[in-house]
Design a protein around this ligand. Structure first.
Ligand code: ATP
Ligand code: MG
Length: 363
């Protein structure tokens, strides 16, 4: 059997800095756990534009389609602000997501005990929090037709259309249920079936998928507005939240803020199953290229490290190794190690990007 393959796209700004630390962690898994990956590396974003005049070379796109998982750092930066829209760094990432058809966006909101005081909520509300939002990413109101600003009866009208097909709902529901099987076994689906036709269909299809193929999963439904309220009131009641593109945009940002720093948050975007049964997948930290701190050794590598942990769990079926990595992160935070973005009164003084990764490696 050949080794699982991983394409690394460090990108711009702090992307290469945090990814260098992830590479050391990948090497550690090879040397210490016998878990060896065929790792290749390529350019994306501004770095690709500088070399090829395009933010994503066709060869890179083809490699991304061929590997078991893609791990991306970040793209963009002020150097590229003046570029034509068609070659902006962000377009490279958008092309990856679109051509890989990554329809399920996974954003965990996980609160490490040592950082519970970072939240705007009370410690007991967030400590130990571990929920996952699955947001439909390639359809819904951001893509539905008709859309545009039209002239109507002497005034302009702006139109967007919320549109979901059964197939689109079915596949993202399956992604959420598969995920729930590797977690707490519970899914709460959120829409507005009380006022939206797409919401009625959403609820129907999600329930049908569950009743047909996932009877081991506990499924509940909630109106998205009530869900937002519950998410702020007592987030620990949830395991997996399944929702559409628009509501997912709002709910995942809200959930992210339950836990504190941008430098801690990983994400995954999953597509259809490949020949090996695993989904096409791209893993990336939620944060951007952070040009204000790039090149200074200040970046928190944890979001990117946790993105690799997600890859271990969801692309490589190495849940126990993912647990091991997450436990190491938890341990160094408990010991008081903090990159500058995490500095509170309890910190031991700031450590560098490299210092944080070193500590995680020995933990
Ligand atoms: P993008 O448009 O690419 O999302 P952005 O400007 O919206 O970029 P970030 O690049 O994520 O957002 O940066 C937002 C702020 O958070 C910056 O001040 C940055 O320094 C900080 N930040 C982001 N990621 C990290 C990190 N890993 N470690 C420390 N600070 C970070
Ligand atoms: Mg941003």
């Amino acid at each position: 059997m050949s080794n699982p393959s991983l394409l690394i796209l460090p990108g711009d700004g702090i992307g290469p800095e945090v990814m260098a630390e992830v590479r050391r962690i990948i090497d550690w898994f090879g040397a210490r756990r016998g878990l060896t990956f065929d790792v290749s590396e390529d350019l994306v974003g501004g770095a690709a534009y500088d070399r090829h005049g395009t933010p994503l070379h066709d060869d890179t796109m083809a490699r991304a389609q061929a590997v078991d998982a893609v791990l991306l750092g970040a793209v963009g930066g002020p150097r590229y602000d003046g570029l034509d829209f068609s070659v902006k760094p962000e377009r490279g990432l958008l092309r990856l997501r679109k051509e890989m058809d990554l329809f399920a966006n996974l954003r965990p909101a996980q609160c490490f005990d040592a950082l519970a005081d970072f939240s705007s909520l009370k410690r007991e509300v967030v400590a130990g929090l571990d929920i996952m939002i699955v947001r439909e990413l390639t359809s819904g109101i951001y893509f539905g037709e008709p859309r545009g600003i039209f002239e109507e009866g002497g005034e302009r009208v702006g139109i967007n259309t919320q549109r979901y097909t059964e197939r689109e709902i079915d596949r993202v529901a399956r992604a959420a249920f598969d995920l729930a099987r590797k977690r707490g076994g519970r899914v709460c689906s959120m829409e507005k079936a009380n006022v939206m036709e797409s919401g009625i269909l959403w609820r129907e299809v999600v329930q049908a998928v569950r009743d047909a193929d996932y009877t081991d999963i506990e499924l509940s439904h909630m109106y998205a507005d009530a869900g937002a309220m519950q998410l702020c009131r007592w987030p620990k009641q949830f395991d997996v939240i399944l929702t559409d593109n628009l509501f997912g945009d709002l709910l995942s940002d809200a959930a992210a803020m339950l836990t504190g720093s941008l430098g801690m948050l990983p994400s995954a975007s999953l597509g259809a199953p490949m020949a090996n049964g695993r989904p096409k997948a791209l893993y990336e930290p939620v944060h951007g290229s952070a040009p204000d701190i790039a090149g200074q050794g200040k970046a928190n590598p944890i979001a990117c490290i946790l993105s690799f942990a997600m890859a271990l769990r969801y692309s490589f079926d190495e849940g126990a190794e993912a647990d091991r990595l997450e436990a190491a992160v938890e341990q160094v935070l408990a010991e008081g190690l903090r990159t500058p973005d995490l500095l509170g009164e309890d910190g031991r003084g700031p450590v560098s990007t490299r210092g944080m990764a070193d500590a995680i490696l020995v933990a």
